[in-house]
Design a protein around this ligand. Structure first.
Ligand SMILES: C[S@@+](CC[C@H](N)C(=O)[O-])C[C@H]1O[C@@H](n2cnc3c(N)ncnc32)[C@H](O)[C@@H]1O
Length: 179
């Protein structure tokens, strides 16, 4: 009897360890492997500021690079854009698609499971990012190559190393492709 109880405890312990290792892998290691940032959601004030600076016009296409639980993609769609999100964490992809269904935005908001480094930025008018400094360095180069004229990038918290922002407000940076 004692052996059975001990085996059950051991099994529970092993399962919890596996769940912990798996979620740590998804949250911390997967973004590192894909050259990205770990999951930290934008807060309400920042989302409001991002949408304000983006100045979305009806019919514009927007993308959130590393879309987490979809909150920015939803806010972009609510502001009138056709909104896309790239996300590598499958659990967050599921959650964000559920959030999009709850918000009844299935026809305006879409999540792609995959790395945003594969995204063709020339398709979008607005790009939003909540990355880290090493991402901003690489994204600046990619944007200079791919962005269409007058496209805007709105970055939460992090600046491009050499591209001066058109506006900065409360930790959010707006860049415009004028060249
Ligand atoms: C700081 S969070 C921002 C989440 C969301 N944009 C927001 O502002 O609430 C960064 C997100 O990017 C995802 N990510 C990291 N590297 C990525 C990559 N290469 N491609 C797609 N998503 C990535 C992470 O899984 C995480 O959900």
């Amino acid at each position: 009897m004692e052996l059975v109880i001990l085996s059950i405890i051991l099994l529970i312990f092993l399962s919890l360890t596996l769940v912990f290792l798996f979620t740590t892998f998804l949250k911390a290691l997967l973004p590192l492997i894909f050259w990205g940032a770990i999951y930290v959601p934008s807060n309400r004030d920042r989302i409001k500021k991002i949408i304000e600076l983006a100045e979305i016009k009806p019919g514009e296409k927007a993308v959130d690079l590393g879309s987490g639980d979809g909150r920015i993609v939803i806010a972009l769609a609510e502001a009138g854009a056709e909104a896309y999100g790239y996300e590598i964490n499958p659990i967050l992809v599921r959650k964000s698609r559920r959030n999009i269904r709850k918000a009844r935005l299935e026809n305006k908001a879409f999540i792609i499971l995959g790395s945003f480094w594969q995204a063709d930025l020339s398709k979008f008018d607005i790009i939003t990012i909540y990355g880290m400094q090493h991402i901003m360095r690489r994204l600046e180069k990619k944007s200079r190559k791919e962005l269409k004229k007058d496209a805007r990038i709105v970055s939460n918290a992090f600046e491009f190393p050499t591209w001066p922002p058109k506006k900065k407000d409360n930790g959010v940076y707006l860049y415009e492709n004028n060249f």
